[in-house]
Design a protein around this ligand. Structure first.
Ligand code: MN
Length: 219
């Protein structure tokens, strides 16, 4: 990570600029997150047009973030300069948190006017994954991914559920992701990200009303 001393002097800091919240015509969120370990920038727009750029220094992770953003229909620009000389842990964790926070900002504090619940099955050849999401404001992740390899490319398989956990924490999502079958861990992970993308696309779609989707009147 370049200029580590400067980052350390400023850390930890979570800032935002040009952030517009609420379900306006363009729902966007920006997060800049700097710590001793990583520097993450995320710009996300929930209403397309489905252009994605992701650069984290971990090729397979970028491939998964691209799948997530593309299939969710997001405009996503994400970069992370992290301490990959240590390992992939801080980079994956902090990208999950920052992307989740950017998503929460784009949705808006009251979460009004969204469907709220979403679920999807996604196959990739022999692999089949299921994602179920509630934009609840209560962060929770559970799931069985059944990964056998230690890593795919430069991404540790143990960091895949950790990413989902961090993302759920940052975004305030209740999230269940399970891979139901599949022989190839690349396929299993990619099916999981695609299922998550499609479940989120459904949950974040607009109802056309501006009410809060809860019997409590608040989320
Ligand atoms: Mn692939």
């Amino acid at each position: 990570m370049a200029d580590r001393a400067k980052a350390a002097a400023e850390a930890p800091r979570t800032g935002s600029g040009g952030v517009r919240t609420g379900p306006g015509p363009g729902r966007t969120g920006r997060v800049v997150r700097e710590t001793h370990e990583t520097r993450v920038r995320v710009d996300v727009g929930l209403d397309g047009p489905g252009r994605v750029r992701a650069g984290t220094g971990i090729g397979f992770f970028d491939h998964m973030l691209h799948a997530l953003g593309f299939h969710a229909g997001w405009e996503l620009e994400l970069s992370c300069d992290g301490d990959l000389d240590v390992d992939d842990h801080h980079t994956v964790e902090d990208v999950g948190l920052a992307l989740g926070q950017a998503l929460a900002r784009a949705v808006g504090e009251r979460r009004e006017g969204i469907v709220r619940f979403g679920h999807c099955h996604a196959p990739l050849d022999e692999a089949l994954a299921r994602a179920v999401v509630d934009v609840s404001g209560r962060p929770f992740f559970a799931g069985e991914l059944g990964l056998k390899r230690e890593r795919v490319g430069a991404l540790s398989c143990e960091m895949v559920p950790h990413f989902f956990h961090s993302f759920a924490q940052g975004a305030g999502l209740t999230l269940h992701v399970d891979v139901l079958r599949g022989a190839n861990d690349h396929h299993r992970i990619e099916a999981a990200f695609k299922a998550l993308a499609l479940a989120l696309k459904a949950a974040l779609s607009r109802t056309g009303a501006d009410d809060v989707p809860s019997t409590k009147g608040v989320l």
